[in-house]
Design a binder for this molecule. Sequence first.
Ligand code: NAI
Length: 369
Amino acid sequence: MDSVSLSEVTVIRETTHLGFMHSFRQPFCGVKISPKFYLSKVDGPKAISSSSNTKSQFVYGGGSIAATSDSGYKMNGVNLKSRTLMSSAVKERSLLDAYDDEYGGVIVDHGKLPSNPYAFASMLRASLSDWRRKGKKGVWLKLPVEQSELVPIAIKEGFEYHHAEKGYVMLTYWIPKEEPSMLPANASHQVGVGGFVLNQHKEVLVVQEKYCAPSITGLWKLPTGFINESEEIFSGAVREVKEETGVDTEFSEVIAFRHAHNVAFEKSDLFFICMLRPLSDKIIIDALEIKAAKWMPLAEFVEQPMIRGDKMFKRVIEICEARLSHRYCGLSPHRLVSTFDGKPSSLYYNVVDDDHDPSHSNCSTEFYR
Ligand SMILES: NC(=O)C1=CN([C@@H]2O[C@H](COP(=O)(O)OP(=O)(O)OC[C@H]3O[C@@H](n4cnc5c(N)ncnc54)[C@H](O)[C@@H]3O)[C@@H](O)[C@H]2O)C=CC1
């Protein structure tokens, strides 16, 4: 049998049934290979039978590859109808690198994906067969933006979009046909914060947004914004107020939160209204986002028709006033690590009375120190 290195193996015909691959660059062009296959000099597939010109079989990595008489090929029992696909497949390992998750599923190692789309297609199909045979359930496939050409291949194989970030798209596949998918859905909420900053003159820090719905144009409102990834509510509120108005603040309490649905990108919205103590009073607005900002007498703020007629903001202000006169107590953050996940986190609660250390009580302390 003739012998060539796999790196020398090339094909002249693109007969793949995977039409969506036609636009991909052909890494190996020009040399014809026959369905008989060739042995690699190094690290190639090992021939395990070669009794006829139309049926040869090789073992490569964990899987086996066989030529079939209709000039198609099989890998791990799966028909691969293209010589192109085959040449790429034998060049790479036959199964994707993956590790088990704790729910009986597998997570594909996205750092070890093959660079060749044809190899990816055959390895993905072979891997699915392998995982199915082993009784695996959910499959998580993260495709980095640099390998976005693999996305349509996985979708054609039955994968679904789960979520996307700037650097990748996450796809999933639920293997058991007889069981409903147990894979958790994409994150369902966004988290917003609003800062209620009141100074000792009973003036509240308010802004006018540069871009807003026509119905609230001209409204003086509390500074609001979204929490960043891995950001705390207490520090996010302070950051948002600083960004929009230039005023430094200290977090006091979450005084209320609102839960609403279908707010942006069809996601639900958790809006935490935070009481903050001002540490400075000079206003420097973020001109990209904010049209104007100022300290406004609380009574004037409340008298704005949009605020007076709004059940949420009207109640928020009532709650803040109740807090100032100790008729209400908000939630303050307490840092802790739970053994359930071992992660540092913030538990928000109020301490009404702490006999051992009265300074712990966030309910009896004066808002202004
Ligand atoms: N703005 C308000 O009057 C109210 C806000 N909230 C809550 O406040 C939190 C934050 O909401 P908002 O401050 O309204 O956020 P927002 O929708 O104003 O977005 C924050 C910032 O992101 C940018 N942005 C958003 N969408 C954009 C787009 N399509 N193109 C370009 N830039 C864009 C803008 O710079 C904007 O100032 C949410 O939880 C919300 O429920 C609650 C009640 C009223």
